[in-house]
Design a protein around this ligand. Sequence first.
Ligand SMILES: Nc1ncnc2c1ncn2[C@@H]1O[C@H](COP(=O)(O)OP(=O)(O)O)[C@@H](O)[C@H]1O
Ligand SMILES: [Mg+2]
Length: 404
Amino acid sequence: MAKQIIIEKVFKVFGKQPQAAIDLAYKGVSKEDILAQTGSSVGVFDVSLTIEPGEIFVVMGLSGSGKSTLVRMLNLLIEPTSGRILVDGVDINKLKDSKLRDLRRKDISMVFQSFALMPHMTVLDNTALGLELAGMSRKQRHAQAETALEQVGLSAWGASYPDELSGGMQQRVGLARALASDPSILLMDEAFSALDPIIRTEMQSELLRFQTVKRRTIIFISHDLDEAMRIGDRVAIMKDGVVVQVGTPDEILRNPADDYVRSFVRGVDASAVFKAGDIARKSQIIVSENAQKGARAALKMLEEQDRQFAFVVSPAQQYMGVVSVDSLRAALEGHVGPLGLSLAYLPDVEPIAMDTVVNDLYGQVAQCPYPVPVVALDGRFHGAISKTILLKFLDRDTPAVPAN
Ligand SMILES: Nc1ncnc2c1ncn2[C@@H]1O[C@H](COP(=O)(O)OP(=O)(O)O)[C@@H](O)[C@H]1O
Ligand SMILES: [Mg+2]
């Protein structure tokens, strides 16, 4: 079972004068000055977080911001200077040695950026290494290692040796080794950072895939925001030991807390993250489709408001079609009496589904002479995207998305 982690007011100071260092940090003294004055280095400063069972929680930040220190406190590779860490309600600092060993062996596994595969051992034995060190029988550890290799797509390679594997495959063995004990919590410290971009993306997909098979609580450290946005259910951004913002990728892109976060966000490919529903505007003219009348009223409304197009919805808010001043005039030409709007629909208007990523709608928006309607899964009209809206979104100096 995936487990919840609660981090409560946790500090980590390296060095002999933790309290003096913390006092200075509260006064806003910089890390360098604190180190100069006390000889102590503030690694993590007053961090409180709750990580939900089964979520992929990404910790981001520049080098030296405290990410590794934070994650290593979760399995007590580093002991906090103060504060509490609860794993499924249990204060890990109070665990007896044997229980702590159990926690590390069974509940929490760690994957590092680089780890040593033993060249003279098969892939299977390499995968089972942790289990072997824990004293598990050969038969059982091989069975568990095989399951783990299956999960990372390497079941055919158990009998091979590490030097027969590509770099990406070796990294998968590292992941399999962490999965072999079937942990409920996985700590991944820059686990993919050394991989080349294509293999890295592949590994991210792999992680997301095996997360759908069996959910674990995953703390994933990265300094790459694209990676964080892609795999994170939530992301915490660290600076100088402090968590400066926590939120979903969407919340962070939408409302970066400060310039530091903004500087990360600027480099991100927002069009792969945001959906049509995020950028569609509702400020269009909307008219209701009423069986036998409406064309004349709609035309009047457009003329009065000096607008070219209107979106037609049913009484139940279902998207029906688009009409324009010209199409309405043409339909009404020579007609006496009420006329239904449907006779004035512009042809070939395919609405965009709300969950289409912005990357996939350029063509349609560019070709369409009017804003393209965006609909929810159930067909309700959600808004429309004009070329102007799209260009504004792509211009990252203006706010990407209307706050809503
Ligand atoms: N063992 C240590 N002794 C002294 N200072 C340390 C130690 N480990 C980390 N630090 C300091 O703590 C800060 C955070 O480091 P770290 O957690 O490794 O950052 P990150 O993983 O974000 O790059 C850095 O300033 C680093 O110098
Ligand atoms: Mg680190």
